[in-house]
Ligand binder design. Structure first.
Ligand code: LLP
Length: 440
């Protein structure tokens, strides 16, 4: 396994994150446990902030909260000067509860409800990332009713195919997201935004997909979107002051993943936008990017306790841990590959090849099909790295497993940032109708 962020192996052969022994964290907080390395999160924020020169006001880095969002995470993101992309009333509520600067909140979503739009207008979010005509009309009506003007960025489907899993590909024409560019809908949306009261057009947005390693789709997106900006200007006179090229920057999960340095993404995007602005004789837009995974993915890991071990001679050795698809659905959903280490035997060489499985009642509940690990025993603490993004946020209570706790570690101190769900949490929303009360 690649050691990420502040991970080191100490003289006792134990894995340490943020100055805390993982074995000790498991003892203190129980397992499964999400462990977030604060220095690593901050370092990733700074890499983006600096590479895009966000302090200059010519670019902004917006953290995509869907990757991992809690009130503590909001505080970290806010203190690093990033904006925040929220996609639901729940994410917005979290950000507001954390006191996130409201003008730096970008409200996404392909089906924002009436209630969510009202909530966002009342809060005064910085930008509405409008996804479709119905939303545009409704937002206009609601803004006018409230005597407000909503600052709007139009989400566009540019017709760019990125090489990534089809479930997380979003730039292609056949997509549920955004106004389609090639068939003229995006331009029509800009015209409508221009006509409607209560709407101030600020710019254009696209997000081509996630876990992308190539630079070319981003520069291509920049060209296509700048050409749209030129068409919008010609048709309406509207200036695209902000161009948001989304997130999706690929990270390391397992051998074979070769992420680019952030500076390479930044250079590819910024140079292309500048060049296109010159070519098309447009003012330079402020460039926005929305990394989620690249900020928090490598900074999070999950510690499990090894339980039952089943060896089928000549076939496979199944090592079961006390979590699984309920706390990390990505292997089952996308075939995502991860790496693991035994936190209590971190300095021992690999001795066997095993399959790491979860405790859910499904054969598909596999975390890693092939892991090379030292001789493994029940009671060992197994840590899977790079689970920080879309692990907790996609977790479920399948099989009535409580969602794990999360701790934030830094300089030898571990702070709880999400409590473990206990059995009472699991039945908290259950309602027993009166007619069933007397049945047993
Ligand atoms: N901006 C927009 C508009 C998005 O839809 C997304 C991700 C992002 C930014 C952030 O993308 P990132 O930098 O985190 O790749 N559950 C999937 C990922 C779904 C991503 C959805 N949108 C997974 O676990 O891989």
């Amino acid at each position: 396994m690649h050691l990420q962020g502040t991970m080191v192996i100490n003289e006792r052969g134990r894995l340490v994150i943020g100055g805390c022994e993982v074995v000790q964290l498991a003892r203190d907080f129980g397992t499964p446990l999400y462990i977030f390395d604060e220095d690593c999160i901050r370092e990733n924020c700074r890499r983006f902030y600096q590479a895009f020169n966000a302090g200059s006001g010519r670019a902004e880095v917006i953290y995509a909260g869907k990757a991992f969002l809690t009130t503590a995470m909001c505080r970290i993101i806010a203190s690093e000067g990033l904006g925040l992309d929220v996609v639901s009333g729940g994410e917005l509520y979290t950000a507001l509860a954390a006191g996130f600067p409201v003008d730096r909140i970008y409200f996404h979503g392909n089906n924002k409800s009436y209630a969510e739009l009202c909530q966002a207008l009342a809060a005064g979010v910085g930008r509405f990332m409008v996804d479709n005509f119905a939303e545009l009309e409704l937002l206009s009506r609601l803004s006018v009713e409230r005597g407000q003007v909503a600052k709007v960025i139009l989400r566009v489907t540019p017709g760019i195919e990125a090489h990534t899993h089809e479930y997380i590909r979003t730039g292609q024409i056949d997509s549920k997201f955004g106004f389609t560019l090639p068939n003229g809908q995006a331009l029509a949306a800009a015209r409508r935004a221009d006509e409607l009261p209560g709407i101030e057009f600020k710019g254009l947005h696209c997000h081509i997909g996630s876990q992308i390693f190539e630079l070319e789709p981003y520069s291509e997106a920049a060209t296509v979107m700048m050409e749209l900006a030129a068409a919008v200007k010609e048709a309406t006179g509207l200036v695209t002051a902000e161009l948001d090229l989304g997130g999706g920057f690929g990270i390391y999960y397992s051998a074979g993943d070769e992420p680019r340095p952030v500076s390479a993404w930044a250079a590819a995007i910024l140079t292309r936008v500048e060049a296109e602005a010159r070519r098309l004789n447009l003012p330079q837009p402020r460039v926005l990017v929305e990394p989620g995974r690249a900020i928090v993915g490598p900074a999070g890991s999950t510690a499990y306790t090894v339980g039952s071990i089943k060896e089928i001679p000549g076939v496979r050795k199944y090592v079961a841990v006390d979590g699984g698809m309920a706390d990390n659905i990505r292997p089952a959903l996308y075939g995502a590959k991860y790496e693991a280490i035994l936190a209590n035997k971190a300095n021992l060489p690999p001795a066997e090849r095993v399959a790491i499985t979860g405790k859910c009642c499904e054969s598909g509940d596999m975390l890693i099909w092939e892991a090379e690990l030292p001789r493994i025993e029940s009671g060992d603490i197994l840590l899977i790295s790079c689970t920080g993004a879309y692990g907790y946020t996609m977790a479920s209570n399948y099989n009535r497993l409580g969602r794990p706790a999360a701790v934030l570690v830094r300089d030898g101190v571990a702070d709880l940032i999400i409590k473990r769900e206990d059995y009472s949490d699991l039945i908290r929303n259950d309602v027993l109708p009166a007619r069933l009360v007397r049945t047993c």
